[in-house]
Design a protein around this ligand. Structure first.
Ligand code: FAD
Length: 197
């Protein structure tokens, strides 16, 4: 079904799971108008994250230090590389491992940097007992987390979704977001270099 009747948006976000809600919240914070499309109903807002445990991967946090866990971005990157097993040239932009490696670097940087303070500023809090999910192997250069990094959010998954859902609903009330629930995107049509829906 064409979405033209809905609105002429600056950005179309497909999926109202956590990724779509965060993207929409950030876009509307910047004053852009968003058409947020999801194949499910409004009751599914938040997607999988609503049902999740809300355990967040973060590196070298106060919660870890309080438990005596020594973590660092370097150790987290080593663990990531142990799991990813990149075996092609990660410096070759045309190579298959290039963007995976760049993503790993960027995410470890985020998880050991602004991730906690950003989410803390949005009201998220974590259980002071850091869990050890995806523990993996037993050697430091093997797969999995070599130290506990699973920060369980107060309120579990719904607690993670809440500030982003609220921001998106506020933006909707302000006229910046149009919801299109029960709409499944099956193709993107391009004209003039832009996707139209
Ligand atoms: C029970 C459970 C526990 C979990 N616990 C944790 C945890 O503790 N820690 C952790 O880090 N992760 C956990 N996860 C994983 C985490 O919840 C997901 O990785 C994350 O929520 C994915 O978010 P997303 O927005 O990328 O995708 P989704 O939540 O899958 O959202 C995608 C949305 O896009 C919509 N969609 C898809 N295709 C189309 C289409 N063609 N047209 C329109 N709409 C479409 C879907 O309906 C859906 O609403 C858990 C997952 C589950 C199920």
């Amino acid at each position: 079904m064409s979405l033209e009747k809905h609105m002429d948006a600056d950005v179309i976000v497909v999926g109202a799971g956590l990724a779509g809600l965060v993207a929409t919240a950030e876009l509307t914070n910047a004053g852009l108008r968003v058409l947020l499309v999801d194949q499910e109903s409004e009751a599914n807002l938040g997607g999988q994250a609503h049902w999740s445990l809300g355990g967040l991967f973060m590196v070298n946090t106060p919660e870890q230090r309080r438990m005596g866990i020594k973590d660092s971005p370097e150790l987290a990157m080593q663990d990531w590389l142990g799991s990813a097993g990149f075996d092609r040239d990660v410096h070759d932009p045309a190579g298959e491992d290039f963007w995976g490696h760049r993503w790993a670097e960027a995410y470890v940087d985020f998880a050991s940097g602004e991730k906690r303070s950003w989410l803390h500023g949005l009201g998220l809090r974590w259980v002071p007992l850091v869990g050890w999910a995806e523990r993996g192997g037993y050697l430091a250069d093997g797969h999995g987390n070599s130290v506990p990094r699973f920060h369980l959010t107060w309120g579990t998954g719904p607690g993670v979704v809440a500030p982003f859902e609220q921001a998106v609903r506020d933006a909707h009330d302000a006229g910046l977001v149009t919801f299109a629930f029960r709409h499944r995107v099956d193709r993107l049509e391009k004209s003039g270099g832009a996707s139209t829906a």
